[in-house]
Design a protein around this ligand. Sequence first.
Ligand code: HEM
Length: 160
Amino acid sequence: MEISQSKRPGQLLNWDDIQKMKYSWCVANETMRLSPPAQGFFKEAISDLTFAGFSIPKGWKEYWTPYSTNKNPMYFPDPEKFDPSRFEGKGPAPYTFVPFGGGPRMCPGREYARVEVLVFIHNVVTKFKWEKLIPNEKIVYIMSPIPANGLPIRLQPHKK
Ligand code: HEM
């Protein structure tokens, strides 16, 4: 609302506005923690290695997934609770929250995705009241989580 109120009618968001949307990004992160858009990826060991007591020979494929940490109560207390404040301050410990992967092959689109998500949230929240028409709509996983019925919603403009 602070950003919205600082704008003249019709004035577009700029880069500085996006940087100020810290709480909205906490909300997006908490959403991705509970329901990661990417379910995981395969990696190939480029040399023999040992990890957590397991020997992984060169050429073997490993599958990593954000699910191995994102609902672990050791890293995220009361893991089923939607609580964006987990991402405030320093946020989760390194490599416990990896919706965009980590290391050299980390998603190169993550900053673009952040801008897109924040601009979308800002415009919807400041302009409309959003009501789901199917309150408990199922989520199906076709690689990414997708609302089973296409997420029908009713948007009502805020009263001026
Ligand atoms: C919320 C949105 C997104 C999520 C959660 C996401 C997640 C991921 C994940 C987990 C990986 C694999 C990282 C790894 O293997 O270590 C990845 C790779 C990749 N992503 Fe995204 N991504 C998102 C949006 C985007 C966008 C908007 C673009 C392009 C504009 C993009 C382009 C790519 C590319 C090209 C790779 C392959 C990188 C490589 O193998 O070097 N992603 N993404």
